[in-house]
Design a protein around this ligand. Structure first.
Ligand code: SF4
Length: 287
């Protein structure tokens, strides 16, 4: 099945949703070289304050390579907000921002949290708020005046979603060019740029085993932060939200520090947000 790329009308403003991973970095640099037009007015990176250090380091390098500004926005620390429990009048504990944790009930049944809001609250909303302000979008405006370039690659086309905002349209230049993630890496190498890191929160439950293993061996501080986060989540959210389930970051529902991530390597599970695996369908994380 092929992705459907809707016709894109020319708009007054063109902006990039920059995840600072492989695909969006490649897309931004292709814009810089005039291989994707029109040139964006600016790029926006939404910081959950929980990315691995390699992403922040690369973001600084990337800012120096791009001819247009990169604005950084944040709604604060996603991990802190996820641990911030509120209490209803009848005593139920809940948090306003949900991460897609895996769950194990008291009877041993495995599941996962379906209604997550981390991407919406910490990526989409802060980005679109900033775009509204910088592009002068009026209250109640229906006219499309902003085109948002999103770095979804050809191999992840199923993540393409139209814009939620009536005044904006999504555009997927890598889909138009039929470029896969590997071709983005090839383009980066051919143009003498380093391979960007994988961008996502250090504790993201969408990580493949390959990504967990990479974090564990190459970014041990980030991996340890994820281990600590899981422990805090389990302590803080115990018996919360009317549930007897324990929350986990890995789909096996085994404590992160005890999982053997190499067990899945031979099954081809190398793509954290790819088809056939749990993925972030918004197309905002991991690109
Ligand atoms: S990377 Fe994962 S945890 Fe972070 S905002 Fe995206 S889906 Fe949520």
């Amino acid at each position: 099945m092929n992705p459907i790329v809707p016709p894109v009308v020319l708009t007054k403003h063109n902006i990039i949703s920059l995840g600072a991973g492989v695909q969006s970095s490649c897309m931004a640099l292709m814009c810089a070289k005039g291989e994707i037009t029109p040139m964006p007015d600016f790029a926006i990176f939404a910081d959950t304050q929980d990315e691995p250090q390699s992403v922040y380091d690369w973001l600084q390098t990337l800012k120096g390579l791009l001819p247009f500004p990169v604005h950084i926005v944040t709604n604060g620390s996603l991990s802190k907000e996820a641990l911030n429990m509120r209490v209803t009048k009848d005593g139920r504990k809940f948090s306003r921002t949900n991460i897609p944790f895996f769950t194990r009930s008291a009877s041993g049944k495995l599941g996962k949290i379906v209604f997550r809001s981390c991407t919406s609250n910490f990526k989409i909303k802060p980005i679109m708020r900033e775009v509204r302000s910088r592009c002068g979008v009026r209250r109640g405006q229906k006219e499309i005046t902003v085109t948002q370039y999103i770095g979804i690659s050809w191999d992840e086309w199923h993540r393409c979603k139209p814009s939620r905002d009536v005044w904006a349209q999504s555009r997927w230049p890598l889909i138009e060019l039929r470029m896969t993630r590997q071709q983005c890496l090839n383009w980066m190498r051919a143009n003498k740029y380093p391979a960007p890191p994988r961008s996502s929160c250090v504790y993201c439950p969408f990580h493949s085993d390959a990504e967990w293993q990479r974090l564990k061996t190459q970014e041990p501080d980030a991996f340890q932060a994820a281990v600590e986060f899981e422990k805090k989540v389990q302590a803080t959210k115990k018996n919360a939200e009317n549930s007897d389930s324990t929350l986990f970051l890995h789909r096996s529902c085994v404590a992160l520090e005890k999982v053997d991530f190499r067990s899945d390597f031979d099954k081809g599970q190398m793509d954290i947000f790819g088809q056939g695996h749990p993925y972030c369908e918004e197309g905002m994380c991991g690109v």
